[in-house]
Design a protein around this ligand. Structure first.
Ligand code: NAP
Length: 290
């Protein structure tokens, strides 16, 4: 049972992340009414049937009416227009947060719309997800024992920070705070770069003449490594644009290292290869023990 009480939660973008948040909060009875919002009424009807939301509105301004907690769980490319749509209707004391996978772009979008940011605005990002999309893929345990990063801005009121923190803790998540810029650098390395590698690897192999045979013989390791290449292309398109600078830096650093590795393979440099693999194994083993 939870002591966070959100009277009316409005989730704009009732998909995997927004839907899972609603389910998790319902499970611990931390929320009264849940109002969904999206573009497609059929998706929202499904959300209602699955017990994710109580009702929905297709207009964001209507959906946020009277909500004490508003969560933007739309793709990054839709954040600006969503802020613009809710700005005139947001209750003055509402807490406003988001779940976007990049944070400086969300803060910039909010600044462009609001000018000076509302004190209830506390950006966030749950470090949990799957390669599936849509409300049918939502489940209440998604955030349990996962981290949520909050990236409060100067104007974020302490009470709003506490409300957003308590909301995620009610879902079983561990909440940490950092600046939006630091978030984007860390995530470029730990999440955005690996997704680029998975997409690039699968695409390279798929375009080879004998791709069918290659995939036929792919073992479990290939499946594990490339699972994230089944993620939603539009979402990853938006992340690349939103976290452009940090991601370009990581891609360039990785390309340099890959080139060094390719050179070592070319000249059969056992020392280089063994050193690289030994360092990487030790780093991964230590990381996976945590
Ligand atoms: P999703 O399952 O596709 O859900 C997105 C939702 O947004 C859908 O309900 C969709 O409903 C709605 N939507 C899409 N475009 C919209 C628009 N232009 N205006 C209003 N609503 C719109 O995606 P998701 O995986 O939950 O991702 C949502 C957010 O979470 C993204 O910002 C992503 O960066 C972030 N995130 C994702 C993950 C992950 O692993 N998936 C992890 C952490 C954070 P309609 O189709 O009905 O409009």
């Amino acid at each position: 049972m939870s002591d966070v009480t959100i009277e009316r939660l409005c989730i704009i973008g009732t998909g995997l992340i927004g839907g899972s948040l609603a389910l998790a909060l319902r499970e611990v009875r931390a929320v009264g009414e849940v109002v969904g919002c999206g573009r497609n009424p059929a998706h929202l009807e499904t959300a209602k049937t699955l017990g994710v939301i109580d009702r929905f509105a297709l207009e964001p301004a209507e959906a946020v009416q009277g909500a004490d907690m508003v969560v933007l769980a739309v793709p990054l490319g839709a954040m600006h227009d969503t802020f613009a749509a809710i700005a005139p209707a947001l209750a003055p004391d509402a807490v406003l947060t988001d779940v976007g996978s990049a944070k400086t772009s969300v803060v910039r979008a909010a600044q462009a719309v609001f000018g000076s940011l509302p004190s209830g605005f506390v950006p966030g990002h749950p470090i949990a997800g799957t390669e599936k999309s849509g409300v049918e893929a939502a489940f209440p345990e998604l955030f349990r024992d996962h981290r949520v990063i909050l990236t409060p801005v100067e104007t974020s009121a302490p009470a709003a920070r506490e409300r957003v923190r308590a909301m995620w803790e009610a879902c079983g998540a561990h909440v940490v705070e950092m600046t939006p810029e630091h978030h984007d650098e860390i995530l470029a390395a730990t999440s955005h770069l690996p997704h680029m590698l998975a997409y690039a690897l699968v695409d390279t192999l798929a375009r080879m003449d004998d791709s069918q045979e290659i995939f036929d013989f792919a073992a479990g390791g290939f499946r594990d490594f490339t699972r994230i290449a089944s993620s939603d292309p539009q979402m990853w398109h938006d992340i690349c644009l939103a976290n452009h600078d940090a991601l370009v830096k990581m891609l360039e650093a990785f390309s340099d290292d890959l080139r060094l590795l390719a050179d070592a393979v070319r000249r059969a440099d056992s020392r280089f290869l063994l050193d690289t693999f030994t360092r990487a194994k030790a780093a991964r083993d230590a990381f996976c023990k945590k």
